[in-house]
Design a protein around this ligand. Structure first.
Ligand code: NDP
Ligand code: AKG
Ligand code: MG
Length: 417
């Protein structure tokens, strides 16, 4: 049926109901992309840890049947030199509803555009959900990392990630600059002859669907606030639009009322009766506030580029991107992936922390309703860290730690289950 994807002999597809809830069989087939660079190291460890957690939690009644699908460098080996993201990979990720991927390389400057971004756009995975939580015992550069408990909702389908960009001095850049100057009266392009130029589309529709999810998450998880993070003072109609449309949605759809004349507003959580405050923060100020007053922030709703920066910055505060998980979500399809990239200098060395991808799998299990297996992953991660048998990133900051390999850390987790 497929050119290179081998469907496991056993197992069934996860399917979606009209209300977007999932039907998860006891033997689901779950597609995975190994990933480039350290994806080669961390993905097999993630598979092993998840299999162990599922076996332990359900005693053989449930089992995941993994199905490898290809993207990135491995895809060019399997399909041919220029095939980075095969059509059948996209079709399978959509059709099988829930999947997980390792990181994929994007060259800086020229070369292919990001496959990670392409995948999100092709499947319209418009929410990038990145929870940031502290695990006891993790070495952190801040004094009170336990005060950090945030969930980032990063808009994942627009902003400068649309890839509308033209190289300096190319005919298209020159044409666009001429159009901006002659047709739209732009006078502030400082060096028009040598400027590369990019376009930043941000829409009310894209903003509203993201904000709706962020507010619903705050309701479902009894969170005290949603903070809109933007740079709307400078980019008035894109980032400023994001702020204004977000506030308007909170008022229109969730009945939020202005606090002291606004723009902050609040409403009562219909499930718990507790107040949810909708507020905003300008991105530069926000980045210092999360260091100085992290306890004041809970759910974060932000644009694509801000969300990218904030994800890594917040991850560092709770110990680094070695334990920073994430999910890319549409209303129906979910593809889980770590926040970090391919860390090329460590590729193939069985060295890096597999924690981010394992915790992404933990989010996946929870999304599937396999709570017992997800809980087991969290508890074994906590115990593994507290046993101080950890990968280099934690070991270099911990007193008395024993440094273990990437696969060694997976083994420590399995022993703790
Ligand atoms: N979703 C995706 O697939 C993403 C892909 N990328 C791509 O990855 C490539 C490399 O990007 P780069 O900017 O180097 O960012 P990376 O996130 O790959 O690595 C940056 C640094 O983060 C630390 N790090 C990363 N992964 C781990 C891990 N598993 N365990 C412990 N520490 C880790 C390392 O720090 P130290 O040096 O201190 O040990 C590493 O040098 C680029 O092509 C980029 O486009 C980037 C982000 C996301
Ligand atoms: O696609 C890439 O190469 C980088 C993406 C990234 O940094 C992210 O999504 O956090
Ligand atoms: Mg990033």
């Amino acid at each position: 049926m497929y050119q290179h994807i081998k469907v496991p002999a056993q197992g069934e597809k996860i399917t979606i109901n009209p209300d977007f809830s999932l039907n998860v069989p006891d033997q689901p087939i779950i597609p995975y992309i190994e990933g480039d660079g350290t994806g080669f190291d961390i993905t097999p460890v993630m598979l092993k840890v998840v299999d162990a957690a599922v076996a332990k939690a359900y005693g053989g009644k449930r089992q995941i049947h993994w199905m490898e699908v290809y993207a990135g460098e491995k895809s060019t080996q399997v399909y041919g030199p220029d095939v980075w993201l095969p059509e059948e990979t996209l079709a399978v990720l959509k059709d099988y509803v829930v999947s997980i991927k390792g990181p994929l390389t994007t060259p800086v400057g020229g070369g292919i555009r990001s496959l990670n971004v392409a995948l999100r756009q092709e499947l319209d995975l418009y929410v990038c959900l990145r929870p940031v939580q502290y695990f006891k015992g993790v070495p952190s550069p801040v004094k009170e990392p336990e005060k950090i408990n945030m969930v980032i909702f990063r808009e994942n389908s627009e902003d400068i990630y649309a890839g509308i960009e033209y190289e300096a001095q190319s005919p298209k850049a020159q044409k666009l600059i001429k159009f901006l100057q002659e047709e739209l009266g732009a006078t502030k392009i400082r060096f028009p002859a040598t400027s590369g130029i990019g376009i930043k589309p941000v829409s009310s529709e894209g903003t509203e669907r993201l904000m709706r999810k962020a507010i619903q998450y705050a309701i479902d998880n009894d969170k005290p606030s949603v903070t809109i993070v933007h740079k709307g003072n400078i980019m008035k109609y894109t980032e400023g639009g994001f702020r204004d449309w977000s506030y308007a949605l909170a008022q229109r759809e969730f009945g939020a009322e202005l606090i002291d004349g606004g723009p902050w507003c609040k409403f009562k959580n219909p499930k718990t009766g507790r107040e949810i405050v909708i507020k905003d923060s300008i991105a530069d100020a926000f980045l210092q506030q999360i260091l100085l007053r992290p306890a004041e922030y809970s759910v974060i709703a932000t644009l694509n580029l801000n969300g990218d920066y904030i994800s890594d910055a917040l991850a560092a505060q709770v110990g680094g991107i070695g334990i920073a998980p994430g999910a890319n979500l549409s209303d129906s399809v979910a593809c889980f992936e770590a926040t970090h990239g391919t860390a090329p200098k460590y590729a193939g060395k069985d060295y890096v922390n597999p924690g981010s991808e394992i915790l992404s799998a933990e989010m996946m299990l929870r999304h599937m309703g396999w709570i017992e297996a997800a809980d087991l992953i969290i508890s074994s991660m906590e115990k593994a860290i507290q046993s101080k048998r950890v990968t280099y990133d934690f070991a270099r900051l911990m007193q008395g730690a024993e440094q273990v390999s990437c696969s060694g850390f997976g083994q420590v987790m399995i022993e703790q289950m």
